[in-house]
Design a protein around this ligand. Structure first.
Ligand SMILES: [Zn+2]
Length: 185
């Protein structure tokens, strides 16, 4: 299946690849990726075909959790409160199947990008501190909390220590779903 690239506009340059994974107690998840042969633009998402309830997972992360599987859908929000890090859904957000280490790696790349763009000293030192913290979590010198919230329930942290709870309607109001919502006065 071929489609046109939204970045370089070359017709028929985007190729769709799909992979289906069976995840215990969760069901089948389809990971789809489109890649442009011309410019390398890539976008991925995970699709879960069953209807699910809104979920929230909370897990203390450290060295022993690095290989735990994470399914992150396009509609989910990931927060590490101790580090002040948050990824919210938006037009650029992607879904993927990865592990805790992969999540930390994505945060690291995002912070490094922010660091390369920032000019004032305060945000530079803040970014460097976050990078140090991420490395300390990865190497087992520090623990932090990872929160994964998904109003469509398509996300998962696969670990016995991950605390699963239902999202309250107050939690839901705080989350961005990628859709436009209107608040009543
Ligand atoms: Zn392209």
């Amino acid at each position: 299946m071929k489609s046109d690239c939204p970045v370089c506009k070359v017709k028929g340059s985007m190729e769709l690849k799909t992979k289906i994974e069976e995840i215990p107690y969760f069901g089948e998840v389809m990971e789809s990726t489109v890649i442009c042969e011309e410019c390398g633009f890539k976008h991925s998402d995970v699709i879960c075909l069953e209807a699910k309830k809104p979920v929230k997972y909370t897990l203390k992360i450290g060295k022993d959790k690095m290989n735990k599987r994470v399914v992150k859908s396009q509609s989910s929000t990931i927060t590490i409160p101790e580090l002040g890090l948050k990824v919210e859904p938006g037009p650029q957000s992607q879904g993927f199947v990865s592990n805790i280490e992969g999540i930390l790696d994505r945060f690291k790349k995002a912070v490094e990008t922010a660091l390369s763009w920032s000019e004032d000293e305060e945000s530079k030192s803040n970014a460097n501190r976050i990078l140090e913290d991420l490395e300390e979590i990865r190497t087992g010198h520090k623990q932090a909390t990872l929160i994964l919230e998904d109003p469509f329930g398509h996300s998962l942290i696969e670990d016995k220590d991950a605390v699963k709870s239902e999202l309250s309607s107050d939690d839901m109001k705080e989350l961005k779903t990628g859709f436009i919502t209107f608040e009543k006065e």
